[in-house]
Every structure is written in C-alpha cells, then in structure tokens.
Write a protein that binds this ligand. Structure first.
Ligand code: GLN
Length: 519
C-alpha cells in the first residue's frame, strides 16, 4: 500500500549485512549531500543494477564469512564496474568471494578492538590527502589472511597486514576498520574520497532538490484525486502537510484534532502556521469531548486508550463529511523504514498508523513523502518549505498530550495550571539559551499536595515537577544539569504567577531506570 518515492538523484546503495552501524553509514553519506539507501543483502544483483547506483557500500556484520549460513553476495556484483567499498564484514566478504582467505583472528590473537594506529598508503585514491599515520576504529574477530588475486594492501596496523585493500582495476576497496564512526579520525575524508573521487558523485542531494522532485512525483501520482492528512502539529506531519499542499493544493485536506491537552497556545500556533499556506485546514476543537471521556480516570494506560479512541472517532466523523478520499498521507520517516526490516522495503509497515489513524477510513493508497528522510533532513525540508520555526524545532510531544503529564485524574483546572507552569519553564529555558542543548523539557503536575506558607497564611496546594533531559535518540537519556539560578527563576515565577502550586521539584533520574515522560 505504501508508496516508495523513486528519485532522480545520484544514488549510493548501502548493502546491509546486519551491521550495528548501517544507519550511521547512511547518515554519513547523506551528510555529504549524496543520496543513499540501505538495502538488504538479499536484494538480487539485477535489482541493484536496475537502480543504477554510482557506488555500493557493504556494511559490517556480526557473522563470519567462512561459515556456511552467513550472509553472502553474488560474485557477479564485483564485475559490474560499479565501485564498491566493503567495511569490515563487507571487506572480508569481498575478499572471500573473490578467492582470498578469511580466518578467525582470535586463534592467532590478531583481533583488534577500538582505536588503532593505522598506516595508510596515501597513493591510493581512497586515502588521498590524508596523513599517512592515522587512528582507525577496529572491531573484528576475523581477518583477511590471504588477499584475492588482483588486490593489494593499502593499509596495515601492528597486528593487521591487510587493514585496507584495493583492486584498482575493478574499483573495489575494502577497509577492516569503520570509517563511519567518529573515532576513526579521517573517516569522513575516506568516505568523501570514495564517494566523490572513486564513484564520481557530484553531491546533488539537497532539500531544495528533494522538495522539487517530491512535489513533481506527488502531482503525477495524485492526479485529480483527493488527499487527507491527519495533522498532529508534530514536525513530521507538519512537513508532510507543507509538501502535499505545495504539490496538490486544493485537493488536500488536513484535519487537526485539538483535544485541548496541547501545551499553552499550541493549538493556535499550529493553526496559525497553516493559516496562510493555502491548505484546507480543519481544526476540530474537541476539548470538551475529551475532558468528558477522561473524567475521573487516573490510570495512565486507560487515559491513553480513551484518548486514542476518541481521536479516531472525531477523525472518522470529520473524514466522512468530506466524502470520497483517494489517498491518505503518513509521516513515516527513514529510521522507521530501516528499523522495521533491515532496509528490506517489502516488509515495511503497511499497517503502521501514524497518530493512531483509523484503519477503516476508505482510501486507495497511502502516500509517505518523508519515508526516505532522516529527522534532521525532515527539519531542513520544513525550513526549505517555509514552515514556521516553532514547528520545525518542536520538541517531541506525546500524542495524549498533557493528559499523561497530569498524574491522577484530569480536570480543566489542572490542565490550565500545567499549561501556565509549563509555559514559564519553557520560556526561561529559552531565555537562558538552553533550548537546543536540553533535548526535551517540560513540567508535570503531580497528584501530591503539601503544606506551604504564602502571605502569612497556610496553603495546601499541588507539587509541580520539572523534567529536562539530554539525549541523542530518546532511547536513553540523562537528566539535564540545569543551573540552579535558572531553576530558581523558574520556581519563583511559577509560584508567583500560577495559582495552585506551592512546591516545585526537579526530576534527577535518567532513562533507564525512569522514562522521559512520567506516564
Ligand atoms: N564478524 C566479523 C568479524 O568479527 C565482522 C565484524 C564487523 O563487521 N564489525 O571480523
């Protein structure tokens, strides 16, 4: 059901052999403004040829090439004239298939792990312009024992005779180390040499050019059909909306269900961002309905389920009013694609529902215009398309919104208190210049009350918790070391400006053992 966007850019294919760093390799290539895709090693040579790649990279992998069932590749790939760079397992596989010998390094204590002094032959195009002694990151239990015919060594370490190999005539290169990790000091130069000098790439991958070709393709695909998009106000759905609006304008309708549990002013911000963009934008203010459904519920799982269900009902009612819909847009991005099947495009998410969309809205096909992009590319694309900065740099925000940041039952008054307190916290983080270095920060209204003294009288009010984390991928996170004077300012302002709070605590747990959100 999902649609793969072909594209007209020069292409590098990254053949995945199960390495830990496959995404990182793809990132490194894209950073050099060269488009690449990760594909499974099971992809046939015919399919690879049909894609007309300018070069191919084999990733590392946990297996040993000399074992019977380890991932292999058809020998034919080496005689196509397409440059290939094998990394670690990829280099070993190349050497093995071409008739060299790979053996277990541990028997002869030749395994290497971590930063390793490596001597390189700078006459090789692969190492051009680099200094001849360098640090490379190693991680291997096997090693190339004997070179295949036609290959020469172009790097060595104290333990490894063939730390890099070259078959110049056939444009084949292999490195035992990992140029994609930052610990390999000249790794990006190496990749650049491969991509630019050996594959002849010109680096034509920019978000401007992507936007242009995506718009064209969407137009061809959609024709005069009608398109529906569920807009959450998150980065991905907002950027997808801008792209679709540019491509098919009037034929697109966006539905934004405002459940009343957004941050302060956020519903209006989302609406304003799309107000002048020419998008058919429908905002459904469903706060009352959501509050009613949530009344008296304090169990976090129940809250989430209720919100998911109500969301679907509201969305469905609105979608039905629109009549026939041909295409539904989803904001799937590339890490979702890679993670769900080692680059194996066939197995991917036809059932994946962004934002809990109903399965039963009737449509012909799903359009996923961001499915080739990494998150930072989506942000760049958003800026290119003129999306408002607040939306481009919006922090991750849970679908159920503030409902899972109010511990215990939810009331309109608690939502108001939390919105106000959270807004002050965010404002002060921005004022302190910390908004990019702290990856996510927000307030939580606990269900604890405590005694305070305010204006010489007793108070018995809510305890508010502040949470700030630093993280690169949101899988693990550390609590942010926010300076005390910033916290002090936040605390004073909140207690003074927001009624109902007389105590504020800062969450100093990491993930794990905690999660970033409280519920
Ligand atoms: N499994 C192979 C080895 O141990 C390759 C490792 C890798 O690609 N990092 O040598």
């Amino acid at each position: 059901m999902s649609q793969m966007f072909s594209n007209k850019h020069e292409l590098i294919l990254v053949v995945d052999f199960g390495g830990q760093y496959n995404q990182l390799i793809a990132r490194r290539i894209r950073e050099q403004h060269i488009y690449c895709e990760v594909i499974s090693y099971r992809t046939s040579v015919a399919e690879i040829v049909a894609r007309k790649p300018k070069g191919i990279i084999f990733t590392g992998g946990p297996d040993s090439v000399y074992l019977k069932n380890s991932p292999k590749i058809d020998k034919e790939i080496f005689s196509l004239g397409i440059p290939i760079l094998g990394i670690c397992y990829g280099a070993q596989l190349m050497a093995h298939v071409l008739g060299g010998e790979i053996a277990a390094a541990k028997d002869s204590s030749l395994a290497e792990f971590g930063k390793t002094v490596t001597h390189i032959d700078t006459h090789s195009v692969l190492f051009r312009g680099m200094s001849d002694t360098t640090i490379a990151w190693m991680s291997h239990n096997d090693y190339i024992k004997r070179l295949p015919e036609g290959s020469i060594a172009i790097a060595h370490t104290a333990k490894c005779r063939y730390a890099a190999i070259e078959d110049r005539e056939r444009h084949l290169y292999g490195v035992q180390f990992h140029p994609e990790v930052n610990h390999t000091v000249q790794g990006s130069e190496l990749l650049k040499n491969f991509l630019r000098s050996i594959c002849g790439c010109h680096a034509d991958w920019t978000m401007e050019s992507y936007a242009e070709s995506a718009v064209k393709e969407i137009r061809e695909k959609v024709g005069d059909g009608r398109v529906l998009l569920a807009l959450s106000g998150g980065v991905d759905s907002s950027v997808a909306c801008m792209l679709l609006a540019k491509a098919v304008g009037e034929q697109l309708t966006c539905i934004f269900v405002d459940h009343g549990l957004m941050r302060k002013n956020e519903g209006d911000e989302v609406e304003n961002a799309f107000a002048d963009s020419g998008v058919n934008f429908i905002r459904i203010n469903a706060a009352e309905r959501f509050m009613k459904a949530l009344a008296g519920i304090s169990d976090p799982e129940k809250k989430r389920k209720i919100i998911g269900m109500e969301f679907i009902r509201v969305f469905e009612t609105e979608a039905q009013k629109l009549g026939r819909i041909d295409y539904l847009v989803q904001g799937t991005i590339y890490p979702d694609v890679i993670e769900s099947g080692a680059g194996d495009a066939a197995v991917i998410k036809s059932h994946h529902n962004v934002g809990g969309l109903p399965d039963f809205v009737d449509f012909k096909e799903i359009i996923e215009p961001l499915r080739l992009l990494f998150k930072d590319e989506v942000r760049k694309l958003g800026l290119t398309l003129g999306l408002a900065e607040e939306l481009v740099w919006r922090q991750p925000f849970p679908g159920p919104g503030l409902a899972v940041r109010i511990i215990g039952n939810i009331t309109a008054e608690k939502v108001r208190i939390l919105q106000e307190a959270d807004a002050i916290f965010r404002e002060e983080i921005v004022n302190a210049g910390l908004s990019r270095s702290i990856n996510q920060y927000f307030a939580v209204l606990t269900d604890m009350r405590s005694v305070g003294v305010m204006g010489d009288g007793r108070s018995y009010d809510h305890t508010l918790a502040l949470r700030g984390v630093t993280t690169s991928d949101f899988m693990t996170a550390d609590f942010a070391r926010i300076p005390y004077d910033v916290l002090e300012k936040v605390s004073v302002r909140i207690v003074n400006e927001v009624g109902g709070i007389n105590r504020i605590v800062y969450d100093i747990t990491s993930k794990p053992p905690s999660t970033i959100e409280w519920e």
